[in-house]
Design a protein around this ligand. Structure first.
Ligand SMILES: [Mn+2]
Length: 318
């Protein structure tokens, strides 16, 4: 039997879900199946390629629901799992006992672990390290900002590696290893350490740039990277620099867009009083109660800076 596993690409939880599902499926469902993997990314419109469901069993993990009749197994925990009401109704009407959704689960890996143990008698104990780290990473349950920024733990290096990796063969190797080897042993492999070094170097440069640009305004930290050519950044850097700040507002610009990123400090001792998604929506953006963003055209840096200043002022009130 050929099992096609589709999973959330460039995401530690997505790869960990694929690894744990494979171990569970092999142990409790089909002992000698052949597994092949394909990463999927979110974007507007149809996200499942026409040839996606080409296995005898087709599995979607840590990714949105599909009404395709060829879908066999589904596990997800994203709030945005059902693009339409018809999708959700289709899932609710399912009687296969092989589709599982829990928006309250901090990671998809944890949801798979719970279902595999409780409903299928799978022993998850050998995978405890993987399950626990997927919860910490995907649920942003780091003990403090420094842990999330220093990236010293081998697993956080694997997280950084998988988010940047574009080599499909290495992704498959990574998934197979996650199911069978200690995480520190994988993190020591040359195919991880070699591409990781320039990524960590870039990360260190970004930390220095954010430190140079960050300005504290009351409870809010504004960091404007619009002149620095920095596109992506670890969203916890500001809270490592300013542990008692409540909010952060960042400005970045790339070839495709200017962006205002708004975040709440998860470790702040003060209660959260603003809904970041609602604020961003007023400027044409969106997000979650804790984090959100406003995207503009690449030529709109000046407007992005105005919006950032307005949001900083609003976050200082109340
Ligand atoms: Mn996830």
């Amino acid at each position: 039997m050929r099992v096609r596993v589709l999973f959330h690409d460039n995401c530690f939880d997505g790869a960990a879900s694929a690894a744990l599902f494979t171990c569970f499926h092999r142990a409790r469902v089909v002992p000698d199946a052949e597994y092949s993997y394909r990463g999927l990314t979110h974007h507007p419109g149809e996200v499942f390629p026409p040839s996606a469901f080409d296995g005898d069993e087709n599995v979607v993990l840590d990714f949105r629901y599909s009404r395709d009749p060829r879908l066999t197994w589904w596990f997800d925990h994203h709030v945005s799992a059902f693009p339409t009401r018809e999708d959700e109704a289709h899932f609710r009407a399912d009687t296969s006992g092989r589709r599982f959704y829990d928006a309250a689960s901090p990671s998809c890996t944890q949801l798979i672990a719970r279902v595999a143990a409780e409903k299928f008698g799978f022993d998850v104990a050998p995978h405890a390290e993987l399950i626990d780290w997927a919860r910490v990473i995907d649920g942003a349950q780091f003990p403090d900002a420094h842990t999330a920024v220093a990236l010293e733990a081998p697993t956080l290096q694997l997280m950084t590696w998988v988010e940047a990796n574009r080599d499909q063969a290495l992704t498959e190797r990574f998934i197979r290893d996650l199911g069978q080897r200690p995480l520190a042993a994988i993190a020591a492999e040359p195919w991880v350490t070699r591409p990781l070094e320039p990524l960590l170097e870039q990360h260190r440069r970004t930390i220095a740039t954010v430190a140079r640009r960050a300005r504290r305004e009351g409870d809010v930290v504004l960091f404007d990277l619009g002149d620095d050519g920095v596109e992506g950044f670890n969203k916890f850097i500001v809270y490592d620099l300013f542990p008692d700040a409540r909010y952060s507002v960042g400005v970045t610009v790339s070839r495709t867009r200017a962006k205002v990123s708004v975040g709440t400090n998860p470790w702040s001792p003060w209660p959260r009083t603003h809904n970041v998604a609602a604020i961003c929506e007023r400027f044409g953006g969106g997000g979650h109660p804790m984090v959100g963003a406003v995207s503009l055209g690449p030529g709109d840096l000046a407007r992005a800076r105005e919006i950032a200043a307005e949001i900083v002022a609003e976050l200082q009130r109340g």
